[in-house]
Design a protein around this ligand. Structure first.
Ligand code: COA
Length: 210
């Protein structure tokens, strides 16, 4: 199914929404594992659509009973963004060699294409971002940044997560560029690698992601 069609189907207007933030162009709502079935079913459909867009093969989420889903609903009640977060205990810091010198465009191209490595040393972390996605027509409007801000204020009741307590699951090139900007460093935390846990056999104390 074409993404825009899928998106149109994802029109949302629940009576009992858990609204966390409201903006001129939409709002962020939170869906929790013990919410009514109709809400969870919609979240599952959205996750499938996001996975499809990300090219993930996984059919069902690993632990839906533990995830918290933040949705950005546009003013016309469509799902414009989705962030699925889960509790984690540790993450691994991305390690990067400096980008070669060149124009901004060349650096961006290099960033998009290069593989990333991460440390083999685990660091404590609290929240894992399992998925983050914004509909293509609404990207670069701070929707992902606003969802992440909202996650930090609402993931644990009564506490505000610092950027150092959050890790990204296996970031895509877009995800990496976004995270580097949001965390203000390219050395943010990652977890849940597609290719297994970080290797401890590499001489350089780096585990390479292919
Ligand atoms: N290329 C370069 N920089 C990017 C970027 C991109 N594709 N996406 C975000 N950034 C940086 C920019 O500096 C941006 O600020 P600016 O627009 O003022 O320059 C900053 O991050 C904040 O971006 P924001 O507008 O909050 O992000 P977004 O709403 O566009 O969403 C993604 C970012 C990654 C969620 C979105 O591109 C997406 O859904 N991609 C497809 C799915 C995906 O790959 N998800 C990541 C999984 S780890």
């Amino acid at each position: 199914m074409h993404l825009v069609t899928a998106l149109a189907l994802c029109s949302i207007g629940w009576k009992k929404e858990r609204i966390l933030s409201e903006f001129h162009d939409g709002k962020i709502i939170l869906v929790l594992p013990d919410d009514p079935k109709y809400a969870l079913k919609k979240v599952e459909e959205i996750r499938e659509m996001v996975d499809n867009d990300l090219g993930f093969q996984q059919v069902e989420s690993k632990c839906p009973s533990k995830t918290k889903t933040f949705l950005f609903i546009s003013s016309d009640k469509k799902v414009a963004g989705c962030l699925i977060a889960e509790h984690i205990n540790e993450g691994y810091r991305v390690i990067e060699d400096p980008a070669p010198s060149g124009s901004e465009g060349e650096k961006m191209m290099f960033e998009r294409q290069r593989a990333w490595c991460c440390s083999t040393t685990a660091e404590p972390a609290i929240c894992g971002i399992s998925r983050i996605w914004v509909v293509s027509t609404m990207r670069r409007q701070s929707i992902a940044s606003r969802m992440l801000d909202c996650l930090r204020n609402n993931f644990i009741y009564g506490s505000n997560l610092s950027k150092d307590e959050i890790a990204f699951s296996d970031p895509t090139p877009d995800g990496k560029l976004f995270a580097t900007r949001y965390f203000d460093t390219s050395q943010f935390l990652v977890y849940n690698f597609v290719n297994g846990t970080p290797s401890t056999q590499t001489k350089t104390d780096k585990a390479e992601k292919v």
